[in-house]
Design a binder for this molecule. Structure first.
Ligand code: ATP
Length: 431
């Protein structure tokens, strides 16, 4: 039950295995304090007598296994206690994965590789966070593989990445992203270039497997793969591709029986496909809401988040000092392709972009590729496509007369590398 008190907020007493769900109103902040008992938010434990602050639009569930009292102050859109949560099923899932890790440890094998799938707004990212938190709290070192190019929890939108989880997510800020491995995809939906999407999935799988070979803890910890909500047609094929590239052992299907049946039919029999209900607390997000949170991710990249303020740099870059590419040429009919060239080749081709006014506001990835790697063919070392990115810049102005562009960059000049990959994604820097 809840007891209101204008000055000090509202107190909620939660019975065991229930959760307090709340949403923060636009333009508002809400503070949460654990008064007694034990509670967690998406698998991260709360400390007692510490005030946690949540910004506008946050959608939060405070869950308790044992019972607790919390105090909430500030303007919430909704705040209610629910007894009906799938948390016990999620905990059982975690327990099963942990058993697999123990067995892997005993038998000198690798730990579980788990793919989390489902349509949009079923809580995939939340389930990933929960499972990673529970694993790391037991001392495991699981890897988060983020394939959701629309709403990445690790880097800016339009990227695919992997992150070793070494400590539980911060209650307010999520997982610490100190050294993620990030690849440029370039748009917010896999459908824009499904060949590239699948190729980068394979690249991530290779890099992860290589790491597992040299790092026993990473191997035993396994990985949790977050995927896109596009589960039909090529989107579905991309899931099947991912399952095979990562050689996943477990697929968690949230909320969609059809998808569950399709995957059971199409994946090898040794892959355990499990259907899990979604939480009634997961809130649907509108297109606008998604766009805003993408924008916010980019803003955070340049300007920081909450306690940490970054001061990005603005400087001019001469066109002649950089090479800008777009990955993928517009597809042309098969009959028009040069002999020996396939449609795949066009989707994975580095197409030089001549800088012009239309670059303005575009996000560019700074590729780690050696500057003279050339067009994917990798004369030496890795090609641009297979190289991770070392950072991002935004073009804020283009001067075609002077042949320079002004960029917003997290680091002062010069750019660390000179191969830039253009995203479809734009960011308007309002400061
Ligand atoms: P996407 O469609 O972007 O892939 P998703 O399926 O990954 O979405 P989440 O991002 O996990 O969904 O969840 C959507 C929103 O619902 C998030 O803001 C999350 O914080 C919130 N949420 C998840 N579970 C709960 C819950 N039990 N109570 C309240 N809010 C929740």
């Amino acid at each position: 039950g809840a007891t209101g008190n204008a000055s000090s907020g509202t107190r909620f007493d939660l019975e065991k295995e229930t959760e307090l769900r709340f949403e923060v109103e636009a333009g508002e902040r809400v503070q949460l304090e654990l008064l007694s008992g034990l509670a967690e938010i998406f698998g991260s434990e709360l400390n007692r007598n510490k005030k946690y602050t949540f910004g506008p639009g946050s959608k939060i569930a405070v869950f308790t296994w044992q019972g607790c009292s919390v105090c909430l102050s500030g303007k919430t859109e909704v705040a209610y206690i629910s007894r009906d949560t799938p948390m016990l099923l999620y905990l059982n899932t975690h327990a099963a994965l942990e058993q697999m890790r123990q067995q892997a440890e005993r038998d000198n094998e690798r730990g579980p590789r788990v793919m989390v799938v489902g349509p949009t707004d079923v809580g995939k990212s939340t389930v990933c966070r929960l499972l990673l938190n529970y694993a790391v709290r037991l001392g495991r070192r699981p890897t988060l593989v983020e394939l959701d190019v629309g709403q990445s929890g690790v880097s800016v939108p339009g990227t695919m990445s992997a992150l070793c989880i070494e400590r539980p997510a911060d209650v307010e800020e999520g997982f610490s992203v100190q050294a993620p491995l990030v690849y440029h995809f370039g748009s917010t939906t896999p459908g824009t270039n499904i060949k590239l999407y699948n190729k980068l999935t394979s690249t991530l799988a290779e890099v992860f497997s290589q790491r597992c070979e040299v790092n026993r803890k990473a191997s035993v910890g396994g990985c949790i793969i977050n995927t896109c909500g596009w589960v039909k047609g090529s989107g579905y094929q991309a899931l099947v591709h991912c399952a095979s590239a990562f050689q996943v052992d477990v697929v968690l299907v949230l909320d969609q029986e059809r998808l569950y049946n399709e995957l059971k039919r199409d994946l090898p029999h040794f892959v355990r496909v499990v259907l899990l209900p979604k939480s009634g607390g997961v809130v649907e997000r509108s297109k606008d809401c998604r766009r805003e949170s993408r924008d916010e991710k980019i803003r955070e990249y340049f300007y920081g988040f909450r306690g940490i303020t970054f001061f990005p740099h603005a400087f001019d870059v001469r066109f002649s000092d950089v090479r800008i590419y777009k990955i993928g040429a517009p597809s042309i009919p098969d009959s028009c392709l040069p002999l020996g060239m396939s449609q795949d080749d066009t989707q994975l081709k580095l197409v030089p972009v001549s800088p012009g006014r239309d670059l303005t506001h575009h996000v560019l990835s700074v590729s780690c590729a050696e500057d003279d790697t050339g067009d994917g063919g990798s004369a030496r070392g890795r090609g641009v496509l297979e190289s991770p990115v070392c950072g991002f810049i935004v073009v804020t102005a283009v001067d075609t007369q002077a042949q320079v562009m002004t960029v917003l960059s997290p680091a002062p000049r010069p750019l660390p590398r000179h191969t830039l990959l253009i995203m479809d994604i734009r960011f308007i820097d309002l400061k």
